[in-house]
Design a protein around this ligand. Structure first.
Ligand SMILES: CC(C)(COP(=O)(O)OP(=O)(O)OC[C@H]1O[C@@H](n2cnc3c(N)ncnc32)[C@H](O)[C@@H]1OP(=O)(O)O)[C@@H](O)C(=O)NCCC(=O)NCCS
Length: 186
């Protein structure tokens, strides 16, 4: 589906759904990484790199990486990685394509996967961290039921500036947020 058709679909109130990431998502991944705001997510400059990223994400042993799908195309991802079955923990992260930010969809995708991880995947604690100068990421975390735990002071050096990282967690026993969920097809 073309980007214009996607945006029309969004305007018409169509909701994304969550599904597994597939090889056909490579072009969408390559396009998503063509964005300064994605620099901290890594570098993907070619279809080969996008395909490698998808292959890596698809290894479900220690992670579950989902595509946020709008009209058959991937517009973002939400991931539980570094799953530690002994301690029942996982690391939580996400990104949304620049054209689809600000719709509340990332919050909805995050709460949907967090619920799944803390129930069917039998994890007890999900952890995430975001740069203090990335407030939208904090908005997503709170909407997904994560609770602020602390500040890792001056953790990152970005363009010569030291940046704090805010750390959050959500426990299986925490209250479930009211953020609406998205359909999850696994
Ligand atoms: C972080 C990111 C995923 C947020 O996506 P999004 O589509 O804006 O998310 P949502 O629409 O669900 O909005 C999230 C919340 O942040 C808030 N928000 C958005 N931009 C904001 C800003 N500049 N300042 C403060 N709050 C902001 C929204 O209002 C919303 O809060 P609310 O639910 O209380 O209204 C997106 O900006 C992104 O992909 N950035 C690049 C990759 C990245 O930084 N990933 C996170 C790494 S930790």
């Amino acid at each position: 589906m073309s980007r214009t058709a996607q945006l029309e679909q969004a305007a018409a109130g169509e909701l994304p759904r969550l599904r597994q990431i597939e090889p056909r998502d490579a072009r969408a991944v390559l396009d998503a990484f063509d964005d300064d705001a994605m620099r901290r997510q890594g570098t993907i400059n070619s279809m080969e790199e996008a395909e490698n990223w998808i292959g890596f994400m698809g290894d479900r042993g220690e992670r579950l990486a989902l595509a946020i799908d709008l009209g058959g195309s991937m517009i973002g991802t939400v991931v539980v990685s570094s799953i530690d079955h002994d301690n029942e923990t996982g690391w939580f992260w996400y990104w949304m394509h620049r054209d689809h930010r600000g719709n509340g969809w990332m919050s909805r995708a995050a709460v949907t996967l967090a619920d799944h991880a803390l129930t069917l995947m039998l994890l007890h604690r999900l952890e995430l961290g975001h740069r203090a100068n990335n407030p939208a990421s904090g908005g997503v975390a709170r909407a997904a039921g994560f609770v602020l735990e602390g500040v890792e002071r001056e953790k990152f050096l970005v363009d010569g500036e030291r940046i704090d990282v805010l750390t959050y967690s959500r426990l299986a026993t925490d209250p479930w947020p009211e953020t609406p969920r998205l359909p999850l097809d696994l």
